[in-house]
Design a protein around this ligand. Structure first.
Ligand code: G3P
Length: 243
């Protein structure tokens, strides 16, 4: 029986600043199967790894990612908000991340952050970066924005895509498939036996976010979900071993 894969959500983001190299290094040492990253574009259209559309929560800067050049963005401190131990952290470019990640034997989830700002051509830019680093066969590209899913599917129908949602909907899996998604990423509150069964009946993997509590981990493992996203990969790996 296939095990539920554990993806570190923004890295080991409970013990290091999210979406930074230390968070990803710690996650890679945790025994997690995969990492999750959030991608947006700078003003000069470089893909960078950051979750929010504005930089103020996770750096010492203010304003929007899309208004920073890469050079300006690289000067931001992306670690001190979490702890002074991480004051030397900077925002990673997708290319820097992929250079580090490629030799590891892990899988990857790239979330295209296009639900608030629709960065022009981000889908093709990210696709080309993944192709360049020979990462397409172990990456799933996800988004809350169905346009992004459809665009990726049109660029390359063989790439794994996932529709991200926190909203209940009749025949959710068929809706996602209709828009070019090959898998479904749902908020943990949406998870039930029926949804897993419906997804698996059309050979669609279902993964669940953000699963930090043992009770929810247990539910995901028991229902044979294909993956979970967690801020605490060390705990999830340990819990899965006992399960
Ligand atoms: O991809 C799973 C999860 O990251 C989606 O939610 O808000 O963290 O982007 P969010």
């Amino acid at each position: 029986m296939k095990k539920t894969l554990i993806y570190a959500h923004r890295g080991a983001s409970k013990i290091a600043p999210e979406n930074t190299l230390p968070a990803y290094q710690l996650a890679s040492e945790s025994g997690a199967d995969g990492l999750e990253i959030d991608v947006q574009l700078t003003k000069d259209r470089v893909p960078v790894i950051i979750h929010d559309e504005s930089v103020h929560r996770t750096t010492n800067g203010t304003g929007f990612v899309q208004d920073y050049t890469l050079e300006q963005m690289k000067k931001l401190d992306a670690g001190s908000w979490f702890s002074t131990n991480f004051s030397d952290c900077s925002i990673l470019t997708l290319d820097e991340f992929l250079c580090w990640f490629q030799p590891l034997s892990m899988v990857l989830n790239v979330e295209l952050k296009t639900n608030v700002i629709e960065y022009k051509d981000i889908e093709l830019i990210v696709y080309n970066a993944l192709k360049h680093h020979q990462m397409l066969d172990r990456t799933v590209l996800s988004s809350f924005n169905l346009n992004s899913i459809t665009k990726i599917h049109d660029i390359d129908p063989n790439v794994q895509t996932a529709f991200l949602t926190s909203t209940k909907r009749y025949n959710l899996e068929k809706f996602a498939k209709h828009h070019g998604a090959s898998s479904l990423h749902v908020k943990y509150r949406l998870l039930d036996k029926r949804l897993v069964k419906q997804c698996h009946s059309i050979s669609m993997p279902i993964r669940v976010y953000t699963v930090n509590r043992p009770l929810y981990m247990q539910k995901c493992f028991k229902l044979r979900c294909d993956g979970i996203f967690t801020d605490v990969p060390h705990e999830a790996v340990e819990y899965r071993q006992k399960f």
